[in-house]
Design a protein around this ligand. Structure first.
Ligand SMILES: Cc1cc2nc3c(=O)[nH]c(=O)nc-3n(C[C@H](O)[C@H](O)[C@H](O)COP(=O)(O)O)c2cc1C
Ligand SMILES: Nc1ncnc2c1ncn2[C@@H]1O[C@H](COP(=O)(O)OP(=O)(O)OP(=O)(O)O)[C@@H](O)[C@H]1O
Length: 275
């Protein structure tokens, strides 16, 4: 859709495109668009990853370029960019402009069209916010993070070379480098993985952390369950559930035993799910 046709916008940082954000998007109608104010800290859906969680076009502004604007200047900028703008959707805690001085109430005074303010979206009596999702991911509570997101937390990366002992002594794994993403608490997770541009996801078990049993280096590695996988260049991991903490094992044999238990546990978690 041409941006000149846009008549409704939602404004915010929108890192994660979580359940609260989606409530704003539901108000946009057929000629809507999303305006992302990019702080530079987005690490749940960095950069253009947000576009996978909406069908609306997204326009990006860097916070550094607009943070000095007074309220009327910000509204003028929006009206210039979207000449047919008649509706702005924001959340209950939205603030903007110089020193974040302007609230949704000020926006209502400055903008001649409709300002739709969305009430606080809560899940399990807790208001949903990107920073709370980050905290959950950092303690390994991927189930909680996913409930707040409304979708599984997903990271993307390029395949890199591993130590080479997985295939020979343990299980084969895809080693990933995932710049820009918040990586979960060190441990083992049940997950799904999509390779290159495949349409479907494979059930897998993922290790995130320092390989304290072997070379000590940091790794994100994924073992695809029940399949031999052709080599690939990129992969996306969609996390489902935390299984256990990273551990130092006394031998490769005991690590191998733990990994086979992880595989059983992951299979049990994933059996009724598909992506
Ligand atoms: C399911 C799974 C669980 C793992 N758990 C641990 C662990 O608890 N501690 C650890 O040091 N390494 C763990 N690893 C990482 C292994 O040390 C790693 O796969 C091995 O060093 C081989 O690495 P490579 O694929 O780079 O050759 C785990 C790997 C997998 C696939
Ligand atoms: N739980 C929520 N309920 C209603 N509106 C929300 C909620 N979370 C965010 N919004 C609104 O969505 C827009 C984008 O907000 P923002 O990017 O600051 O998300 P956030 O989750 O609050 O992030 P952070 O945790 O970093 O503050 C804003 O207009 C904000 O008011």
């Amino acid at each position: 859709m041409a941006l000149s046709k846009v008549d409704a916008i939602a404004i915010g940082g929108f890192d994660g495109m979580h359940a609260g954000h989606q409530k704003l998007f539901n108000e946009l109608g057929k000629n809507g668009a999303i305006v992302v104010i990019e702080t530079g800290y987005a690490n749940l859906t960095p950069g253009r990853e947000r576009e996978h969680y909406t069908h609306y076009p997204i326009l990006y502004y860097s916070l550094d370029d607009i943070r000095h604007l007074e309220g009327e200047e910000f509204v003028a900028l929006l009206k210039e960019r979207f000449p047919h703008l008649r509706k702005i959707v924001v959340g209950y805690d939205f603030h903007f402009g110089k020193n974040r001085r302007y609230s949704h109430a000020n926006l209502g005074e400055l903008f001649s069209g409709e300002v739709k303010v969305i009430d606080q979206v809560c899940i399990e009596n807790d208001s949903v916010h990107s920073h709370k999702i980050r905290s959950k991911i950092q303690i390994g509570d991927l189930s909680g993070a996913n409930r707040f997101l409304g979708h599984n937390y997903a990271i993307k990366g390029t395949v890199i070379k591993g130590q080479g002992i997985g295939k020979t002594d343990l299980v084969p794994t895809i080693n990933l480098e995932c710049p820009g993403y918040l990586l979960p608490y060190e441990g083992v997770y049940a997950a799904f993985v999509r390779l290159d541009s495949e349409e479907h996801y494979h059930p897998c078990v993922v290790f995130v952390g320092h390989r304290v049993t072997t070379d000590g280096s940091y790794a994100v590695e994924c073992h695809v369950l029940d399949e031999n996988i052709p080599s690939c260049e990129r992969a996306s991991i969609s996390f489902v559930k935390f299984l256990r903490k990273n551990q130092k094992f006394e031998s490769l044999e005991s690590l191998k035993k733990a990994i086979s238990d992880d595989i059983l546990n992951a299979r049990r978690e994933l059996i009724h799910l598909s992506l």
